[in-house]
Design a protein around this ligand. Structure first.
Ligand SMILES: CC(C)(COP(=O)(O)OP(=O)(O)OC[C@H]1O[C@@H](n2cnc3c(N)ncnc32)[C@H](O)[C@@H]1OP(=O)(O)O)[C@@H](O)C(=O)NCCC(=O)NCCS
Length: 176
């Protein structure tokens, strides 16, 4: 593991994975402020339910996913950019989050802007992040996903397995 998480984010992650009309690249430090917004988009809203208010992401249980991003060893973020606009982000951080399986194991979160979903961007981002983490010798990555979220199937296909479950959520891990 490199000592400086910020420089490793820039140097070691894939730079220009071009296909399908956009690029996947590391999220730049000056773009880390977008994570709060993408975290809001990552909140699962069951069909027919009202979305939560935007300030829900200020709650300490959620702000740990973005506050001070770039300062921890495991902080990594990739984005999908189309026409100069960031339309999707996947990021990892070892936190005491909903998907934590053990200290030091990064937890993954992701979202794609609604207008850009169902075009394969989520799969590309996920694949790119798993490859990047593997290259950097991370052993595992975890996440939590609502059982009702179709993304559960996407994660299974990408190599995640269920580590534990609660009434409404799966906590999954992927051995890299
Ligand atoms: C989950 C999310 C990141 C997926 O990104 P995406 O770009 O829409 O996904 P993709 O187009 O790459 O599709 C991935 C797979 O899911 C399927 N899929 C996409 N949208 C779907 C939907 N609404 N219902 C069912 N399956 C769907 C695709 O067909 C594809 O399956 P395949 O491998 O069999 O082809 C995106 O939908 C999103 O931001 N959702 C809201 C936030 C969220 O749920 N984040 C995850 C929290 S754990």
């Amino acid at each position: 593991m490199p000592d400086n998480p910020i420089s490793s984010t820039k140097e070691d992650l894939p730079q220009d994975t071009t296909s399908g009309g956009g690029i996947v690249r590391p999220l730049r430090e000056e773009e880390y402020g977008l994570l709060k917004d993408f975290l809001y988009d990552a909140i699962f809203v069951p069909e027919g339910a009202d979305p939560p208010s935007r300030d829900v992401v200020d709650d300490p249980a959620l702000s740990i996913y973005y506050e001070g991003f770039g300062t921890q060893r495991s902080d990594r973020a990739l984005c999908a950019e189309i026409g100069g606009r960031i339309v999707g982000v996947v990021w990892c951080r070892a936190t005491a989050g909903f998907g934590q399986v053990a200290g030091g194991i990064p937890e993954l979160a992701m979202s794609v802007k609604a207008l850009f979903r169902k075009r394969g961007i989520g799969k590309r981002l996920l694949r790119a992040m798993l490859e990047a983490l593997k290259k950097e010798d991370f052993a595992r990555v975890s996440l939590s996903v609502q059982k009702a979220n179709f993304a559960y199937a996407m994660y299974l296909k990408a190599g995640f397995r269920v580590f534990r479950e609660t009434e409404k959520e799966y906590i999954m891990v992927c051995d890299l």
